[in-house]
Design a protein around this ligand. Structure first.
Ligand code: HPA
Length: 234
């Protein structure tokens, strides 16, 4: 048990999938894991552990934004020994060639700031995905014919962004999409010796203003869970 996670020692698997939404953690655990059981509900942040193809897996919410994700990632790795953490979530596309429903696999994540700013200070650390995980996720996406893009994303501190100039600069520099968690997941994993990846589905488009209806968000979410699991155990 840690400050924010009520699971007993041994109740968190070495492989953890992290959706932002705790209810999505429950949905994914019930749909994809065998014998899922609730191992955390502290502050309403749900975590479930079960097995997938005989392998132990935990699906644990991260909450929204990097400060929330940072707390869970730190405790999952440091206190429970998690070795592989894969964020599964939605993102907003920043490029015209990236369409609604496409997958984005985040090779790296730019940010204005992360909770690790205090650690890195003047250093502009480049947070990056674990290569074997990234390669395996791309192969899994390709095998199922899912349109996917591999490249840099932007981990923003705000959803309601008042800085269109930043989006314009990032778009001009080829950034594929915006979300709010990946950069700090990569920072914490690097610091604590774990592997990390963010697998994202495009739920809205900054260039066109389109967004997915809620039933389709669910379908995209199922595909991400499958790709994340296949990548974790490739
Ligand atoms: N901004 C930030 N995070 C997001 C977005 C967005 O437009 N879409 C999905 N996650």
């Amino acid at each position: 048990m840690t400050i924010h996670i009520g699971a007993a020692e041994g109740e968190i698997a070495p492989t953890v999938l992290m959706p932002g939404d705790p209810y999505r953690a429950r949905w994914a655990a019930e749909r994809f894991l065998d014998a899922p059981r609730l191992v955390n509900e502290t502050r309403g942040m749900l975590g479930f552990t079960g097995t997938w193809r005989g392998e132990p897996v935990t699906i644990h919410g991260s909450g929204m934004g990097m400060p929330s994700l940072s707390i869970y990632a730190n405790e999952l790795i440091r206190d429970y020994g998690a070795k592989t953490l894969i964020r599964i979530g939605s993102c907003g596309a920043m490029q015209t060639q990236v369409a609604l429903r496409d997958l984005v696999l985040a090779m790296t994540a730019s940010s204005l700031s992360t909770p690790s700013r205090g650690t890195f200070r003047e250093l502009s650390f480049a947070p990056c995905a674990d290569w074997p995980l990234l390669r395996a996720a791309a192969a899994a996406a390709e095998a199922r014919g899912a349109t996917h893009h591999v490249g840099g994303i932007y981990s923003s501190d705000v959803f309601y962004d008042e800085r269109p100039d930043l989006n314009e600069i990032l778009t001009r520099h080829g950034t594929l999409a915006v979300e709010m968690e990946a950069a700090e997941l990569y920072n914490v994993a690097a610091r604590l010796g774990a592997r990390a990846l963010a697998v994202l589905t495009v739920s809205d488009h900054l260039r066109t203003g389109e967004h997915l209806p809620s039933d389709e968000r669910e379908r995209g979410f199922a595909e991400m869970v499958e790709i994340a699991l296949e990548a974790a155990f490739a």
